[in-house]
Design a protein. Structure first.
Length: 120
């Protein structure tokens, strides 16, 4: 994971670091109504990025990634997103909700749920 320092305009105390997204090998994507959670790891299993994306930004973000494995929880819109992501060359795998539910530690299902998706 290579951290690339960039100088951004803003307060000097703000530490803004961007990561090299070309190292992404696997992505766990948690689908939601408005805000999607993305958890990306490299080949060694190290976290490259974890971020929340608005619905309109998801395709733009994932299109910029190199072709990789993307894990989704099978739900009503999962097939639509799988079709859109395969157009970019990604290998998309859908997981049954029963498999994903075992990884949910709290009632908040966004962040804890997409991490195991990236590890499958």
């Amino acid at each position: 994971m290579a951290a690339v320092e960039h100088s951004f305009e803003g307060a000097p105390s703000m530490d803004k670091t961007t990561f090299d997204l070309s190292a992404v090998a696997t992505v766990g994507l948690n689908l939601a109504k408005h805000v999607f959670q993305v958890h990306a790891v490299d080949v060694a299993g190290r976290v490259v990025t974890t971020r929340a994306l608005r619905r309109k930004d998801v395709l733009t973000f994932l299109e910029a990634l190199p072709c990789c494995l993307i894990g989704l929880e099978a739900c009503g819109s999962a097939h639509h997103w799988a079709r859109e992501l395969t157009k970019f060359g990604h290998d998309v795998r859908l997981m049954p909700p029963a498999y994903v539910k075992a990884y949910v530690c709290r009632q908040k299902t966004t962040l804890p749920m997409q991490q195991p998706s990236a590890r499958r």
